[in-house]
Design a protein around this ligand. Sequence first.
Ligand code: PMP
Length: 284
Amino acid sequence: SIVYLDGAYMPMEEARISPMDRGFLFGDGIYEVIPSYDGKLVGFGPHIERMNEGLGLIDINCRFTDADWREVCDTLIEKNGAGNLGIYLHVSRGADSRRHHAYPENVEPTIFAFAFEIPAAPVADRDKVKPYKVSSTEDLRWKRCNIKSTALLGNVMHFQQGHASGNQEIILYNANNEMTEGSACNAYIVKDGVVITPPLDHQILPGITRLMLLDILRKDGSIPVEERVVTMDEVRNADEIWLTSSSKEIAPVIELDGQPVGDGRVGAVWEKAQALYTANKYNY
Ligand code: PMP
């Protein structure tokens, strides 16, 4: 594939990054994944806004404008064929001359981007969608999960826990038995027709799919939405459980820790929400 690195496009095999890059040594960077279907990006504006917020939170001064990012995305789509793509954007603090924890001065951030294949967007049909099975475990990550950091070891270890037990994701909960999110996605329950998801704070990533889905549901008005604390007891008694991320949109969960969710079938509220998402996702 053709990738972007610090001002140039090149085959992936030719991309070279210094071993002194703080992204490599410390995971000191911010990233994004923007989905694109048939050349159309989903949520470009809010994705770039979140990246700029993350860069600000860790004091990385990246000179890229929205137009620069747009050009990189469009060029990667053009050079890699416009199918179902995730556009990965990455800014690390850059390569220092020595390994030292303090933020270095006068170091240029490293800017890297590539495109990778993602699954086709789900079709809003409860009989055709491939449902998820998940496990659950205590969230052992750090207290700044709102930062979309490239330092993903905590997420990777949790994902692997779910994967090793034969599940496609893992739902995390804090020391108070309150659901936080999945290892790579946001999490929701549906109870008596109401969609409920934890509020934004340092315990979860402010997902762009979450932002768009809640906005779409509120504008439509036919499915009530609540942002509030969700206990694991509520999760285990939910009618439906959903997961959202840029590469999966809304994924229905039919099994949690080996137990059926609701009646064990993909839910009717999921079908309606995914249809609304499909109809409105290019408006952001
Ligand atoms: N939470 C975590 C921990 C994630 O890694 C992701 C993205 N993969 C999400 C939530 C979902 O965010 P988005 O909808 O912006 O992809």
